[in-house]
Design a protein around this ligand. Sequence first.
Ligand SMILES: Nc1ncnc2c1ncn2[C@@H]1O[C@H](COP(=O)(O)OP(=O)(O)OP(=O)(O)O)[C@@H](O)[C@H]1O
Ligand SMILES: [Zn+2]
Ligand SMILES: [Zn+2]
Length: 734
Amino acid sequence: MQSARVLIDGPSELVFDYLIPEGMPVVTGCRVRIPLRNRDSTGTVLDIGEPPQTSFRLRAISSLIDPEPLITPHLMKLGKWIADYYVAPLEMVMRSLLPESVRQDTHSEKTRKVVAIKDFPDDETLAKLAKRAPKQHIILTLLKSSGGQMALKDLGGGSVSSSVKSLVKNDYVEMISEAVRRDPDADQEFLESKPLPLNEEQAEALKIITAPGQTKPILLHGVTGSGKTEVYLQAVQHALDEGKTAIVLIPEISLTPQTVQRFKSRFAAMQDQVAVLHSHLSQGERFDEWHRIRNGQARIVIGARSAIFAPLTNLGIIIVDEEHENTYKQETAPRYHGRDIAVLRAHFEKCPVVLGSATPSLESFQNTQSGKYELIRLTARADAQTMPIIRVLDMRIEAQKQKGRIAILSDRLRASMEKKLENGEQIILFLNRRGFARSLQCPPCGHVCECQHCAIPLTYHRTEERLICHMCGYQSITPRKCPSCGDEAIRLQGYGTQKVEEVIQKVFPQARMARIDADTMRRKNALRDTLNKFKAHKIDIIIGTQMIAKGLHFPNVTLVGILNADLGLHVPDFRAGERTFQLLTQVAGRAGRGEMEGEVIVQTFTPHSPSIQYARHHDFDGYAEQELQFRNQFLYPPFAHCALLGTRSTHERRAEFTLENLHKRLSKDCPGQIEIGEVMPSPLAKAHGQFRYQLMLKSTSARALHQHVQRTLAATPPPDDVTIVFDMDCLSFF
Ligand SMILES: Nc1ncnc2c1ncn2[C@@H]1O[C@H](COP(=O)(O)OP(=O)(O)OP(=O)(O)O)[C@@H](O)[C@H]1O
Ligand SMILES: [Zn+2]
Ligand SMILES: [Zn+2]
């Protein structure tokens, strides 16, 4: 007899062995009911093998919950890998693999009542019915003319129920329960779109992607508007033609009705085979979509990050659109990166994976340089439009002109806005505000206080009145004068979107404007409603954070202003330059998508920083080359792995002590490749009533890093009132 290792549902992470009753088809990934102490419980089978040698008698699995395993063997393997790599409890990973609505027994198929002809009466009886019970007669005729059955609801629901009952009693008809799909897009119609004839570059890309035996990951670097999506569509079609299945990952924010529609329209003829997974599905819809995938009805899955766990079998291709997007990284445990998991899953399933972007992440780009990935390029816009002009404005000069006041609008931007408004064109203004970290910059000369060891801006800590480096812990006093030019105007950066709105309102009192940021967009659908108004040109100017940078297509927008590029540039994050380059390039790709030429104005105190200059010249390669050099020199990703270890507690001292204790233990017997930073308060020192401390870890070996942390954490359980956070390959530093 064999036994199964079962991970019990629930927060306590229990794993027990159970005997598998003779004849019960239990395999890895099955959901089972098991006895646990004196009650019944449920769990997931992790492994199957010989019963372990123990002194006590194993109990047996009571029954199978689902007839076949809900988690495919490949997904099971993926789950175990994630638990190891991201140092996350397996139970937690299982929750990501199997959505709540699918795991819980309580959800089930939605059904409807259907009336079907059973024994149709002869003409004589029919004639009698017509006189005696005309309603029954009508129902029978209706049923006959519509192929023998109709939904009770369509026959009139409650108003006909007594007539239907009589018909059932006489065996003329029967009542059937039929499963109906809760289709999130049921109210939409999709007109089939035909594949476009590909241009030369697109055709070459498709050829490489669909080459027989292509299992090397592919980075598709295509400038904005180069027709990447058309390549995806045809690559998916190719997989389907081979009888296989496909996953398309799209960042949650870009997963708009328009993008989904593009896919649904192309595959309109087989619409039932497209499943869409995103966070706005109801539990019931998610349950249905998931089961349609699992039982093979749906062969194309489009979704955000977690759709990478879609239980498809026979995968033919995985596509990750906008692969550089940070939102692919999950912000709560297990903190996996959807793109990296996509590459791994493709490897397990031996299928091609395409990572597409106009601004590839340096991680993916470096993989093409080292030969791990294939690089394909689309260098021109498919719609033959020109790239918009990017103008860079030196705000040091503005600051002098405006004598110490914070310069929000340069003369150039103001003049340009005036002209666009006169022409009835639309404007987007960005205030790229990230996080809470504040750096020190001198307005007259643009100088930013940086850590000499890490080359990232130092962060101002108000409580200590000090500047601290968030990578290594280096500290310095806050200077009164600019270390570079001696001016006393050096100060903390910062003004918010609200301030900008006030200023713009004063300058352009007639313009209709809306502000888009976390504060104004709390209400459900607020973002969608505002964007719709903008589309209908009921708004002239949108002022927003990077929330609006992605996936926008507004033909009437001819001017995009980046108010203070430095806000995104001088944050204590070695990826700040990369993000600024991405933002500028993506934003530039949004302007001038219609008939009119677009203009982008970038205001900055450091006009010569490489990310701004290379973006201005639409030069990704130049940018990547110098940025990779910097990363290599300071041993940052992609040349090493970074991880953040943090503690959170309502007691500040406990959070600090716990992390200091961990620091001590991590430093003991530490493998040589690992560098351990100092314990420090997080830039976001307190959130949700909890104090936060953190330290950074860096290593050239991912395995050495996560194993060392795993061992140390296992040997050092935290006090009850302290929570540990571990973020492997972290993208955010607080
Ligand atoms: N081969 C083609 N012939 C004609 N038009 C094309 C072709 N391929 C794509 N297009 C059109 O070019 C436009 C841009 O294409 P698409 O949106 O696929 O580009 P993209 O690279 O995905 O853009 P982005 O990076 O902005 O998301 C679309 O209107 C699309 O219909
Ligand atoms: Zn440092
Ligand atoms: Zn200065």
